[in-house]
Design a protein around this ligand. Structure first.
Ligand SMILES: [Cu+2]
Length: 352
């Protein structure tokens, strides 16, 4: 590594000396003028500016055409379409401004390229122009920010009194998730990392003396959610910053050690329904085709089936990429049946 850095430094020093001698040569009046750009060079650079403009437009079109299909499809939560609207409007605006300004920038670079005898006009300032290019971004950005704030307050509904919500704790830890349901009383028992007792299977540090803790249910492998019911998530982290990211529901919230953060959404599409969705079934087919090709080459790969996922979206350590949990959205009856099979915290403690 040191040798590599030394070589780089030597190369850079050499380039610097070379450039300095060139500048020195150019500053000599009697020197050879072949290094100074002439009309032909300027014209070439003008055309190259145009070529670059075409290149970035083509790159955009090709990217959309080739990878447009990998973006998230149908939102699976009540607020999802509001969120998508905000995203689409922001993207649309950015695209419009990008296309117009890049075209102008490169066209002017071409039109006013250097030419023998042509002199740049000295133009100090123009109040009217400056006012226009200040006020347009101010109004546009203020509009976007206000629209964003409006959308955020609209979807950030963590009121526990209204709409019979399901209260779920998401517990983040390097490198896995655990979900804790509040049980029959719908109140999560108190918990603290200091109460974690691995010998006694109290992995989330629940307070055994808290009467609300006994009926809590902890799930290690899957997060089950009933469809069309408000879910309030309360996030905790045991070690470092994590982020609970549920892309299909357009939801993300940081999990911060030492505090509880919250987010809420109402899932509107069950896992079974989402598997029938056109975009999702196309995606499943595409991935399974890739997997079949790799299987043919001798790799051991199972066909893939769509599932919602909870991912970690903060780079939290070496196995961050694999910090995920399957989410199952199902009918209230299926949810109740699944819940019945789970052990409560009191039962787990009694079994010790
Ligand atoms: Cu993480």
């Amino acid at each position: 590594m040191t040798a590599f850095l030394t070589i780089i430094v030597l190369i850079l020093v050499f380039i610097a000396i070379w450039q300095m001698t060139k500048i020195f040569e150019l500053s000599q009046t009697a020197a050879d003028r072949s290094q100074v750009a002439n009309d032909k060079d300027n014209k070439l650079n003008g055309y190259l500016m145009f070529a670059f403009l075409i290149f970035i437009y083509l790159l955009t079109i090709v990217s959309f055409w080739k990878w447009g299909k990998v973006v998230l499809g149908t939102p699976a939560s009540e607020h999802g379409s509001q969120y998508d609207n905000l995203m689409n409007i922001s993207l649309g605006l950015i695209f419009f401004v990008q296309i117009v300004t890049q075209a102008l920038l490169h066209y002017f670079a071409y039109k006013y390229r250097g030419e023998k005898g042509k002199k740049a006009l000295f133009y100090a300032d123009n109040d009217k122009l400056e006012f226009i290019w200040t006020i347009i971004p101010v109004v546009t950005l203020a509009g976007l920010i206000l629209y964003g704030l409006y959308t955020w307050t609209n979807l950030m509904d963590i009121n526990e009194e209204e709409g019979d919500p399901v209260i779920v704790e998401l517990y983040a830890q390097q490198f896995n998730w655990k979900a804790r349901y509040a049980g029959n009383d719908n109140v999560l028992g108190d918990a603290n990392v200091r109460l974690i007792d691995l010998d006694n299977n109290n992995i989330l540090g629940l307070d055994e003396s808290d009467p609300n803790a006994g009926d809590d249910v902890i799930s290690f492998t899957e997060l089950h959610l009933p469809v069309n019911r408000k879910i309030i998530f309360k996030m905790r982290s045991q070690d470092v910053l994590h982020s609970a990211y549920m892309p299909h529901f357009r939801a993300q919230m940081n999990c911060v050690p030492g505090m509880i953060t919250q987010f809420s959404f109402t899932p509107t599409v069950t896992t079974a329904e989402m598997r029938m969705d056109n975009k999702i079934s196309d995606k499943v087919q595409r991935i399974n085709k890739l997997r079949a090709d790799r299987r043919a080459k001798g790799e051991e790969l199972d066909p893939w089936e769509f599932d919602y996922v909870l991912l970690c979206n903060k780079i939290c350590g070496s196995s961050h990429y694999n910090m995920q949990m399957k989410i199952v959205v199902e009918t209230q009856e299926e949810f109740n049946a699944w819940m019945k099979e789970q052990k409560t915290f009191a039962q787990t403690m009694a079994a010790n």
